[in-house]
Structures are given as C-alpha cells and as structure tokens.
Write a protein of this length. Structure first.
Length: 256
C-alpha cells in the first residue's frame, strides 16, 4: 500500500506539473495569437497604404502625361520615355513640357520666319536652310531628336549650352547630359522606361486622367461635408469659445 500511496502522490505531483505546463502553453498561445493579430493589422495597414500610394502615383503621372500630350500634340509614349530621360539630367516632366513648348515656338516662329535668332543658331550649329526645312516637316518628337543630334555634333561645350538654351529654353540645360552623351545611351534610357513599366499609351493616360478627376471630385466632396459640418457647428462653437474665454478671464481676475 505504501508503494501505491507513493505512486498516487507522484502521479498527483506530475499532474500538477502537467497542468502548470499546459496553462503556460495556453498563455503562450494566447500571446502568440495577440501578436499575430497585431502583425496582421500592421501588415494590412501597410498593404493598404502601399495600394493607395500606387493608385495615387498612377493617377498623378498618367494625368500629367495626358495633359502634356494635349497641350503639345506629342505622343504619350514619347513623353513617358523622355520624362525618364530628362530626369537623368536632374529635370522633370514640367521641364520637358517647357522644352517642347519652347522648341515648337522656335521652329514655327524663328526657323520658319528666318529671324536673326534663328540665323545665329544655324551658324553656331553649322546647319543649312535645307536642314531647317526638314525639321519643320517632321513631327515634334522626331524634330527634337534631330535637334539633339545637331547639338551633339557641336564641339565647343559652352557654345553648345548657349544654343541649347536658345532653341530649347532654360529647361534645355537639363538635356545637356543627354546631348553630350551618345545616341545609344539615350536610346537605352528610353528603352529602360519601357522595361520599368513607366510608359503610358493614350488609353492608359486617359484612364489615369479619369481616375485623377474622380479622386479630385471625392476630395472636394469630402471638403464640402467638412464645411457643412463646420457651418452647422459654428454658432455652438462660437458660444462655447466665448464662454470658456470668459471663465478663463474671471479665473485670472480671481487669482489676481
């Protein structure tokens, strides 16, 4: 019987240890579950923020490219590729649009009319009237590529920079790294834009413009709700603010 009693005691002791172990394991599981929930919530928030950011970038860039295309008549794909090109020189999409506008003005006003400025540019670049005629007969994107090649052929960098700004405007400075590079490097950078998936065609740009418009309408409608709530609460908040100010003033007088 003594052996049976001892065995019973040991079994109870073992059960107690087992219960403690199971309880500890249960608490660990609960802690793990809580941590997992927190991690999932954080992951969900991160994914949500990332998706919102992606949508915003898509809308902003596509909308910008669409508007540049509408204002300049340049193809969406070329604009997309050349934004990537000009960014390598420290420029931006806004700079590129300025280049298009300035170059178009120089083509249609100076080159076409043979102004003194056009004559100076031709002499400095070493091009002829026939070269200018060919430029005038080409689409904007092709004419710009030809102009970059003409500027690239200039040996003196100071004169090159001067003519680039004369023909392409001040933003043309951001194209100097491209002008002074090779044709292959420029083409590779344009190809890289396609490989990176940052080239918009007309259809995708229109979709992005529609999204940007819808997001703008949503933001304005939210602002409208805020203004309506503000107008509704204005009288109450005015009375409340004045009451609090009076109480603070009375308290100050009492302390004095």
């Amino acid at each position: 019987m003594a052996d049976l009693g001892q065995a019973t005691l040991e079994l109870k002791t073992d059960n107690t240890d087992l219960d403690k172990g199971l309880q500890g394991a249960g608490e660990s599981v609960k802690k793990f579950g809580t941590m997992a929930k927190v991690a999932l919530v954080a992951l969900g928030a991160s994914v949500g923020a990332g998706l919102k950011d992606s949508v915003q970038h898509y809308a902003d860039l596509g909308d910008q490219i669409g508007k540049i295309a509408a204002r300049t008549g340049v193809a969406h794909e070329f604009i997309s590729e050349f934004i990537h090109v000009i960014e390598q020189g420290g420029g931006s999409a806004t700079d590129l649009e300025t280049v298009f506008m300035k170059f178009n003005t120089f083509l249609q006003k100076d080159f076409a009319l043979g102004t003194a400025k056009a004559t100076d540019a031709m002499e400095l670049m070493g091009i002829t009237s026939a070269d200018v005629t060919r430029l005038l007969g080409k689409p904007m994107e092709e004419a710009l590529m030809d102009m970059i090649r003409m500027l690239r052929n200039m040996s003196d960098e100071n004169t090159q920079a001067e003519v680039a700004m004369m023909v392409l405007g001040k933003a043309g400075r951001n194209l100097l790294p491209v002008i002074r590079g090779t044709e292959e490097a420029m083409r590779d950078t344009m190809l890289e834009a396609r490989q990176l998936g940052i080239v918009f065609d007309r259809e995708s740009a229109v979709a992005a413009e529609d999204l940007a418009d819808a997001m703008d309408e949503l933001a304005k409608s939210q602002l409208g709700v805020k203004l309506a709530i503000g107008e509704l609460m204005a009288p109450t908040m005015t009375d409340f603010s004045r009451s609090v100010s009076k109480i603070i003033g009375d308290l100050g007088n009492f302390i004095d």
